[in-house]
Design a binder for this molecule. Structure first.
Ligand code: PHE
Length: 520
């Protein structure tokens, strides 16, 4: 017999198992390639879950995706959600919404216009998060570009440059220029003669000159890449004066280079990034249109037990009564800081892993401004300004350009100390503090703001944090099934703090359960 070619093999698989089987085999053979936005659906064979029951704990991105994929395959799915809404950390605030934290109630004060909203949880989708993008494609969710990197936005360090905010184009241009100058000088002095041939040296010189904008003598004296002096930034009818280059010692002393300067080089922060038009919760709406009927809201899980080969989940309903859900399997997407405290029959390893996952004390503050002063006064259209004040970042809206009003994110905090400080404040205190800390970047800032809101994820019941700090060992433990229990959510993946992780974890759990159930 002839050895089958891949093509004849795939044809015979298609005849037996349909296109989903072909897709999986091609995937396994590495024939699909990366970066496709087609990888959304898991494609469990239709009917393969008939007679099987699964309880899904949590109606966030992970739980909803598991419910969609498994119900499509015929599984009986019950989703228990402790809060009154779907989405978990995927939360878009709009005028009229109410945000609560214990002892705190905030009414969202934004005007009711489609561009005036704040994504208080996930807000950006990188181009290579194919599972999120695949669902956006399947659901017909309209995307627009999200801007991380804006050369007109500011870097601000209280101790450097007299506390003056510096435009990103200057910081980036001058840092690059000085690094190129240093290396060119080292080469000129023969410090790298052991590494470089004469030919190499010539090319390195040419490269550095172009890379950094160096003079012929390899010194860096600044270039017009950093912009011109004055409000116009650019040359006009006649070129003006190029910005003075920044002092190298000040640049070295500032914290910019630690990560803020190369932030968009991080793989998950690379352009192109996207946001759904009108708010990130478009993803949640699309899921709930399909599987919302499977979700039981305000049902708080109180015990997670084994029963026979399956599970018994004891939960409290909004009317105060206790119920138990029985099923063959449970998918636990509840965030570790909450899950670890629910009485359970997990293995000691799983319990230890859950207890060791620390969540980031993430805080966002968002303001509605009566004037888009960042556009009018500083030519900033989207992107991020960075400061060493606790607010850490100011995000300018990547929508509604040139309109009268806008919503900006006046703080996005992810450090432990500043996160704890802001989490402990009342809502009005957070707004006051965020305005004061943003003032050096935008003089007159507070007067431009009409109203604001905030979210400290650490305080939110059933969340208790933003996303897990990196902990590959704990995540690896939680990727393994624990009897009838499968863990999901971004917390079990190498993509903590990303919806892509939540979706991949949902798919992995659904796939694993499918294999156990069908014996295939
Ligand atoms: N995905 C979130 C963000 O981009 C949270 C996050 C930040 C996750 C940094 C990992 C690293 O802001």
């Amino acid at each position: 017999m002839h050895k089958p070619t891949r093509r004849t093999l795939l044809r015979s698989i298609a005849a037996g198992g349909g296109s989903a089987a072909v897709f999986r085999i091609m995937d396994a053979l590495g024939m699909l390639g990366p970066g496709t936005a087609n990888a959304a659906a898991l494609d469990l064979p239709p009917g393969s879950g008939e007679g099987g029951r699964v309880v899904i704990l949590g109606a966030g991105v992970s739980g909803l995706a598991a419910a969609l994929e498994m119900s499509r395959a015929g599984w009986h799915c019950t989703v228990l959600e402790a809060s009154g809404r779907p989405g978990g950390r995927n939360l878009t605030a709009r005028g009229g919404d109410v945000l609560t934290e214990p002892g705190m109630r905030q009414e969202v004060c934004f005007d009711r216009e489609e561009h005036l909203y704040a994504n208080l949880g996930p807000a950006r989708i990188p181009y290579h998060h194919g599972t999120v993008l695949g669902y956006c494609k399947e659901f017909g969710i309209e995307l627009e570009v999200f801007t991380n990197d804006n050369r007109a936005a500011f870097f601000h360090n209280r101790e450097r440059f007299g506390g003056r905010p510096i435009a990103a184009r200057q910081v980036l241009t001058d840092m690059r220029g000085y690094v190129a100058e240093l290396l060119a000088k080292a080469v000129d002095r023969g410090a790298l003669d052991a590494e470089l041939t004469a030919d190499d040296k010539e090319r390195v010189h040419a490269m550095l000159k172009s890379f950094g904008g160096l003079q012929d003598d390899h010194s860096y004296l600044g270039t017009n890449r950093a912009g011109y002096r004055g409000a116009e930034i650019n040359a006009g009818m006649a070129a003006g004066e190029i910005e003075d280059n920044l002092d190298f010692r000040e640049l070295l002393g500032a914290d910019f280079w630690k990560y803020k300067l190369h932030f968009s080089h991080f793989l998950n922060q690379n352009p192109t990034l996207f946001q759904p038009v009108g708010g990130m919760d478009a993803i949640i709406r699309a899921f709930t249109e399909r599987v919302g009927h499977l979700v039981h809201y305000e049902c708080v899980v109180e015990q997670i037990r084994r029963q026979g080969d399956g599970v018994r989940i004891v939960y409290r309903r909004p009317d105060g009564t206790e119920r138990a859900a029985l099923a063959d399997y449970a998918i636990c997407t509840i965030p570790a800081p909450v899950l670890k405290d629910i009485p359970n029959d997990f293995s000691p390893e799983a319990q230890a892993a859950l207890a060791s996952l620390e969540f980031v004390e993430a805080v966002k503050v968002a303001f509605q401004a009566k004037r888009r002063f960042w556009e009018d006064d500083a030519a900033i259209y989207g992107g991020i300004s960075w400061t060493d004040n606790d607010i850490t970042q100011i995000w300018y809206p990547c929508n509604g350009y040139l309109r009268p009003k806008g919503v900006l994110v006046g703080a996005y905090i992810w450090g432990r100390k500043p996160g704890l400080r802001y989490s402990a404040m009342s809502a009005p205190e957070r707004l006051r503090a965020a305005l004061a800390e943003g003032e050096p970047l935008h003089p007159g800032y507070a007067d431009e703001m009409e109203c604001g809101i905030s979210r400290a994820w650490l305080n939110v019941p059933f969340q208790k944090g933003g996303w897990p700090r990196r902990n590959p060992d704990a995540a690896a433990v939680l990727r393994r099934p624990d009897g009838p229990f499968h863990f999901a959510g971004d917390q079990v993946t190498a993509l903590p703090g990303w919806q892509e992780g939540s979706l991949l974890a949902a798919h992995a759990a659904a796939r694993a359960i499918h294999h156990r159930f069908t014996g295939r």
